[in-house]
Ligand binder design. Sequence first.
Ligand code: NCD
Ligand code: ZN
Length: 346
Amino acid sequence: MKPDDWHLHLREGAVLNKVLDFSSKVFSRALVMPNLSNPVISPLKAMEYKKEITKRLGRNSEFTPLMTLYLTESTKPQIIKELKRGHIITAIKYYPAGATTNSTNGIKSFKTILPVLEEMAKNDIPLCIHGELPGEEYDIFDREKLFIDLVLDRIISIIPDLRITLEHITTLDAIQYIKHANKNLAATITVHHLMLNRNHMFQKGIRPHYYCLPVAKREKHRKALLQTATSGNKKFFLGTDSAPHLSRDKESDCGCAGIFSAPYALNLLAGIFEEEKKLDNLEKFVSINGATHYNLPVNTNKITLVKRDSPIKVRNHIKVNNDKVMIFGKDFDIYWEIKLPKNESF
Ligand code: NCD
Ligand code: ZN
């Protein structure tokens, strides 16, 4: 069955134009993140953003962008019923203020938003969480565990009925917490966190294109993610967190976080599952578990992956305006190829 991407940054304007095809030709649906420079904080803005995306899709495109709303401390509980009725958004996104790209309008204290979360639980609207406790005083490698212990665990104990996706998890601690939590908690895992540990960011020099948030952790965490993602456990599924940034913004004095992984995400995953001898579980991870968590039908359309005898030619970057966006995958041998319908290419 065709896969879905449960965490995707498509951006706007020129970048959106250039990156959309990579997801829309391979994935059936994607949960589109709302952290634009002017974030998607209202249903109206979500509708406008959806229109901006859909007008760029080809006439015969089978792709559906699923929209998210950016939660702020000013989001009103009353808006939730309206959202439920309008079927405008699929989930609401919780960014701790200062945790990542465009998160300044995010949440400072989870206590402020408890009434909104209560209303979401009543109306069965899922919450997606960037699970890191921001703050200079916290070691960057500990921020996911701290968020789980000090925020997530408290939210779940107050509102156990709220459906939650802990996004782009990076630690064994998160895996263990999720496995033991109630059925309403699930998690996305990215392709890059299955492939990179923290040393890769410093391999023979500093590698800005391997820097993302949450930052890659120790090898033991990567191994645990690998084992969990390929296990078929229905609480874990793919969210690529493909996050394009212009090279000049990443290769700078203060380079920003994000890895553009959409172009080879599925190809790389096929290789990973094959190596783990778990190809049978690939469909669960990319096509079934996420849809089940979001209470949506599993796709019926299909996609074909073919294993080549020699590595395929991997593109290194795409051009955007006078700059480029580097593509994740160029440092690896990729043997799996996606067979697109005749007359289609990227
Ligand atoms: C994302 C981005 O660039 O929007 N960056 C990242 O490193 N993952 C934001 C996010 O999901 O944290
Ligand atoms: Zn993201």
